[in-house]
Design a protein around this ligand. Structure first.
Ligand SMILES: [Zn+2]
Length: 222
């Protein structure tokens, strides 16, 4: 399963980008220790479809680009020597449901988990949240997260119009058309959850609706 002598289905730049965002997730407070995981969809010239995913139980400061695994959409490892993230079946369920999704970022950030343990939907109160997550982020009741059936329920609850879902008592799964965007979703939801938590203690926050946001023509997103 090593890629010695053959061209990898995941090029070096992609492996390094995944590692960069893994480390960013710790630096920005979205993850602690070995928590969280990241995957990106890959396509081969020969029709191969699969994902590159972070390994299980490897500290991000010790992780190397070569530690990433390539798996097909059934979860069979085709490249890599380590074990894939335990939440691989959940990532695959999300990719199967949403062909538009090119990357997935799973984080376990504090305010997402504060609202998640309360079972509270994360309503958009910040512009970044409504632009990137696109709507209220639903909360899936607690259950253990490493099986495909959990992934199917997670993907169904997220639906097709919103780009994140909270797993109660655990964390967040964010998706995007690129890794950069999926990471922006995870950051935006955590920032929004923190503001929503504090604002809700003082009064009733004004909630934004994606469909009601009128972007000026040619405007660039923040
Ligand atoms: Zn997790």
């Amino acid at each position: 399963m090593t890629r010695t002598g053959t061209r990898s289905r995941a090029d070096q730049a992609l492996r390094e980008e995944i590692l960069y965002y893994c480390r960013e997730s710790v630096r920005t407070g979205l993850n602690f220790n070995t928590q969280g995981n990241i995957s990106v969809r890959v396509h081969g010239d020969d029709g191969f479809e699969g994902v590159v995913i972070t390994p299980s139980d490897v500290r991000y400061d010790a992780m190397r680009p070569d530690d990433m695994l390539v798996v097909d959409l059934d979860g069979t490892v085709v490249e890599g020597d380590l074990l894939p993230s335990t939440e691989l079946p959940v990532h695959l369920a999300h990719y199967r449901r949403r062909p538009d999704v090119q990357a997935i970022v799973h984080t376990e950030s504090t305010f997402v988990n504060v609202l998640g343990t309360l079972g509270r939907t994360i309503d958009p109160v910040l512009l970044n949240m409504v632009l990137y997550a696109k709507g209220p982020v639903p909360v899936m009741p607690f259950e253990f997260s490493t099986c495909a059936a959990f992934g199917e329920r997670s993907a169904a609850l997220m639906g097709d119009d919103v780009d994140a879902v909270v797993w109660a008592n655990h964390g967040l799964l964010a998706v995007g058309v690129s890794l950069k965007l999926a990471f922006k979703v995870a950051v935006a939801v955590e920032e929004n959850a923190e503001v929503l938590f504090h604002a809700s203690r003082v009064g009733t926050p004004h909630v934004l609706a994606y469909d009601a946001i009128a972007l000026p023509e040619g405007a660039r997103l923040p």
